[in-house]
Write a protein that binds this ligand. Structure first.
Ligand code: COA
Ligand code: AMP
Length: 631
């Protein structure tokens, strides 16, 4: 099939509003819009203004009532508990409607917030969709964060309900969610009216009288609730993501634009037909999980897989092939890290053999840079196209991709494809001037942003303007740097801020520095992201101790690791620390983080002319070598 990408992109560029209005025909609206795009409050872009709609209706009811009632909507596959469950569209709709009924009985109304703190079990999806059914704004918090991170999200979103599980299950341990939410509620100033606890048999939470109620008791006797009409521009959810400070940014997602964009992607980017099985091996705590475990597949009438396991270690590196074969998965979407882990454990792809992958057509990768070795390994062993696409929490769908549904264009290793309809991607230099082909600069998107992109940050209009639009007026600053080659392929090379990407997880080194600087023995510190063969990047802390501290460095390092783990969470994967006598700085006092990162990665570097004391660099280089040798 020759690619229709150029033609479709050109049709969008000719008339973006007509393009999205046509795509919106795929959604069932309660009341039509009066305006496709309202850009009068730029940079806050509003799509489908005046329309009324319900996301849960489009994800469930219209399929349940429209002939897909007995089709599997959700397949829960949990190697960590040894259990599986399939829910049809009818069954999922009924469970969602009952849970929504229980929330409404307890006073939940449109515009309230609910924090969902549940791991990869069906009740997480049921809670999200029940909130959507009522117009309650959900905010899912990932289980790998520490209590303090949960507390920050509670205080910022001021939820009426905290919907939690008693525990999560990691391959090596049970994670007590009760301990985490109890601690978070001790720290937080805001207290939800009620904590609804899903009791999992692996660890039963003790319920605090007057505050907690078990999921079973909460739902008992509740009548199913109908879908509540909301404005297309009303928020569906808030998803917090790392910013450049310790305070995360609450990305707001609307209802109408979100559905229109996601529904479009299922056919055109992922090439899926309604009724097929789609698997995003991510976590519902991340944007990929929101968009491609929950909303997009269901909006498209596909079956989605909810996998509570890892690519390796639950049971072995053949887990993905088992799931694909058993559930007849047509497309898998995951992070390159997962494939690097599989490749490490099963380099010859022996565990693929014997699995019937006949339904499987395409592998999609995103979340971090996909290294060519990993793509080629997957191509060789799966004998299927491997599509890298570039993503962010802010838009909720890919900015660049290679559209399978439109017929792919040739893959260029190292590039996550070309801009999607909706995105006018421009590379800008520091002065805002547009760069030529293959010249590097900040990757930006010319306004207005397409449907589904964040209209604002929760409670933080100023931060919204400052984070994304101040640097290049009229353009959305992605925070990534790279270039576009002469054929229109985008290359995403690095971040322009202090965000690092650890196993496909977006983390702020600034937030880690804030934690380290609270240690009583630390005078100064820097955290940089260094290359890691499995996780892409891992954080490395470089600390200078206060004068006169003569405790063992190993002891201090272990305290620092513990601090990051307990304040940010295990997901930060913060394990490496170097103690030095001074940090390299420019004469104006700026820490030379980029130079240190190059050292650590063994890359060539130029000694900055503005360096304050060149000897510091030599000593740090020696410290890196010692650390590498000790590992
Ligand atoms: N709840 C609680 N803790 C969690 C967690 C969760 N949901 N997810 C991760 N953690 C913990 C892990 O247990 C681990 O803790 P530890 O330091 O005590 O071992 C830590 O956070 C780091 O976890 P992880 O990044 O998963 O590393 P790992 O070494 O345990 O596993 C991989 C390595 C490659 C298997 C894993 O990183 C992986 O599956 N990656 C794919 C990521 C992905 O799909 N990202 C989605 C973005 S699209
Ligand atoms: P998140 O918001 O957590 O999805 O993280 C978004 C960031 O991950 C982007 O800004 C990039 O830095 C990085 N990223 C995501 N997908 C890719 C990709 N395909 N190639 C390179 N970097 C990526």
């Amino acid at each position: 099939m020759t690619s229709r990408y150029d033609e479709v992109y050109a049709s969008w560029a000719r008339d973006p509003e007509a393009f999205w209005a046509e795509a919106a025909g795929e959604i069932d609206w309660i009341k039509p819009w009066t305006q496709v795009l309202d850009d009068s409050n730029s940079p806050s872009t509003q799509w489908f203004v005046g329309a009324e709609v319900n996301t849960c209706f489009n994800a469930l009811d219209r399929h349940a009532d429209g002939g897909r009632g007995d089709q599997a909507a959700l397949i829960y596959d949990s190697p960590v508990t040894g259990s599986k469950l399939t829910l049809t569209f009818n069954e999922l709709r009924d469970r969602v409607a009952s849970f929504a009924g229980a929330l409404a009985r307890d006073g939940a109304t449109k515009g309230d917030r609910a924090i969902i703190y549940i791991p990869m079990v069906p009740e997480a999806v049921i809670s999200m969709l029940a909130c959507a059914r009522l117009g309650v704004i959900h905010s899912v918090v990932f289980g790998g964060f520490a209590a303090r991170e949960l507390a920050i999200r509670i205080d910022d979103s001021t939820p009426k309900f905290l919907i939690a599980a008693s525990c999560g299950i990691e391959p090596t341990r049970i994670v007590s969610y009760q301990a985490l939410y109890d601690e978070a509620l001790d720290i937080a100033s805001h207290q939800p009216d009620k904590v609804i606890v899903l009791q999992r048999e692996q660890e039963i939470a003790s319920l605090k009288a007057g505050r907690d109620i078990s999921w079973v008791d909460f739902v008992d006797g509740a009548s199913p609730h109908a879908c509540v009409p909301v404005l297309a521009t009303d928020p569906l959810y808030i998803l917090y993501t790392s910013g450049t400070t310790g305070i995360p940014k609450g990305v707001v997602r609307d209802n109408g634009g979100h559905m229109v964009a996601l529904k479009w992607t299922m056919e055109n980017i992922y090439g899926l037909e309604p009724g097929e099985v789609f698997w995003a091996a991510s976590d519902i705590g991340w944007v990929v999980g929101h968009s491609y475990i929950v909303y997009a597949p269901l909006l498209h009438g596909c079956t989605t897989i909810l996998y509570e396991g890892k690519p390796v270690g639950t049971l072995d590196a053949g887990a993905f092939w088992r799931v694909i074969a058993e559930h007849k998965v047509a497309a898998l979407f995951t992070a390159p890290t997962g494939f690097r882990a599989i490749k490490r454990d099963d380099p010859a792809g022996e565990l693929i053999k014997g699995h019937d992958l006949s339904h499987f057509r395409t592998l999609f990768l995103a979340g971090e840079r996909a290294d060519p070795d990993t793509i080629q390994w997957a191509e060789k062993h799966l004998k299927r196209p491997v599509i890298d696409h570039w993503w962010q929490t802010e838009p909720g769908w890919s900015i660049t991709a290679n559209c399978v549904g439109l017929g792919t264009f040739p893959v260029i290793y190292g590039s996550p494809g070309k801009p999607q309809p909706g995105y006018d991607v421009r590379i800008l230099g520091p002065d805002g001037a547009e760069m030529g082909p293959s010249e590097s600069g900040a990757i930006t998107v010319k306004m207005p942003l397409p449907p589904s992109c964040l209209p604002t940050l929760w409670n933080n209009k100023e931060g919204f303007q400052k984070s994304y639009f101040d640097a290049f007026p009229g353009y959305y600053e992605t925070g990534d740097a790279g270039y576009i080659d002469e054929y229109g392929y985008v290359f995403v090379m690095s971040r322009t801020d202090d965000i690092i990407n650890v196993a496909g997880h977006r983390l702020s080194t600034g937030a880690m520095e804030e934690v380290l600087s609270h240690h009583e023995d630390v005078a100064e510190c820097a955290v940089i992201g260094v290359a890691d063969a499995l996780k892409g990047q891992v954080p490395l802390g470089i600390v200078v101790l206060n004068a006169g501290v003569n405790r063992s460095h190993a002891e201090i390092a272990s305290e620092l690791v513990h601090m990051v783990r307990s304040r940010i969470g295990p997901v930060a994967a913060f394990k490496r620390i170097i103690v030095v006598d001074a940090l390299p700085k420019t004469r104006s006092g700026k820490i030379l983080r980029a130079t240190m990162r190059k050292f650590a990665d063994g890359e060539e570097y130029k000694q900055p002319v503005t360096i304050e004391d060149p000897n510091v660099l030599t000593r740090i280089s020696e410290a890196f070598e010692l650390e590498a040798a000790a590992r």
